[in-house]
Design a protein around this ligand. Sequence first.
Ligand SMILES: CC(C)[C@H](C(=O)O)[C@@H](O)C(=O)O
Ligand code: SF4
Length: 473
Amino acid sequence: MGRTLYDKIWDEHVVHTEEDGTSILYIDRHLVHEVTSPQAFEGLREAGRKVWRVSSIVATADHNTPTTGWELGYDGITDPISKEQITTLDSNIKEFGAAAFFPFMSKRQGIVHVIGPENGATLPGMTVVCGDSHTSTHGAFGALAHGIGTSEVEHVMATQTLLAKKAKNLLIKVEGTVTKGVTAKDIVLAIIGKIGTAGGTGYTIEFAGSAIRALSMEGRMTVCNMAIEAGARAGLVAVDDKTIEYVKGRPLAPTGVELEQAIAYWKTLHSDADAVFDAVVELDAAQIVPQVTWGTSPEMVLGIDARVPDPDKEKDANKRGAIERALTYMNLEPGKALNDIFVDKVFIGSCTNSRIEDMREAAAVVKRLGQKVAKNIKVAMVVPGSGLVKEQAEREGLDQIFKAAGFEWREPGCSMCLAMNADRLEPGERCASTSNRNFEGRQGAGGRTHLVSPAMAAAAAVHGHFVDVRQFA
Ligand SMILES: CC(C)[C@H](C(=O)O)[C@@H](O)C(=O)O
Ligand code: SF4
């Protein structure tokens, strides 16, 4: 019987399996950030252990780093807890070592899920872990990547293995061509709208079909990034020529004969034609319209041409209650057109949408509209995912387009995705955000988040409310 891509990577890394299915999985790459690593390093220190394979570790500071005031250096980190986490990472890496470390303010610093692929730390066929739920992002490379908890971070550091149970296989096929203006973000939000935030629970999702193959590596990362929001710990896309072209020549990627051997192996990283999936979901790409979340969970999402749902039309009492609660929190009336929702702030960034392609998409809309950020917008910020993305965007003049229109062009980091630094929503503020979570308080206590694509966020900044970007595409 044929194997799925997930089966293949699993088989290649499993060291031992118990009768109940509990397995020991060898881990190739361990990405580390400042929030979930301090206790792990402390645990190693207390036990007198070293990191098992230092060359597997790639670390950066991202969650707490400020996006302004870099001229002040570490003094610019005003929050004492943030500062402590960032300096603790510096000293831990100094003590324990790493294959690569991109500390605060270094040129290659950035969001861990952006810098991993960028530096060739994420390679096809690898097992990748990070103490961070959006590690699923790296599955875009045909790598088995998922988030782990802090105690698991310590376990992987000490043993280079992870205790895991194999998940089931879910195939999500998106066939056909998307309309102009519809992006990877809209595809993944539409998937979550269809299967729900528990739809992928217990599965590893393989995203496939012509619409997924047509995406750039950046787009595939956006899709896999949100596999976790669909309930799956890992998402995957089969390796193809785009994957190999992206990886080649990156600092940590193999070279010479090793590269040739690696490529021969990478080309086997797809599901066999006769592989059997436990479940299959299909979507028609042509039917997907730009998506906007209206509630407090990523599954509370609709096309821009829709209206805020009416809880009275929901027969299921639990669902009705959830809609009512979400609408109260979001301060939205049933039946309101999504087009008519005005926002206070705009955030273009996060590990979902802060890569160069996202910057280009947003800048293209701003340029096309040729107007400034609307008067009702208190701040519209663009936060590139890494120092390299920032540099590339500046080379292309994208920063000038944003700044001329009144956007703030910030330093890289997680920023207002989760408001661990100074970038946040005030109570009651409403935001068009390209991030991945619209939970209550996610972007600041009492803040209201609408998840959208970079193009939709840029258009909302200029118009002051949501608009259908297909008209400018
Ligand atoms: C801080 C970290 C543990 C967290 C995660 O695991 O995802 C964060 O990145 C997030 O997006 O909420
Ligand atoms: S950008 Fe947001 S989702 Fe991504 S790692 Fe940072 S906080 Fe988590």
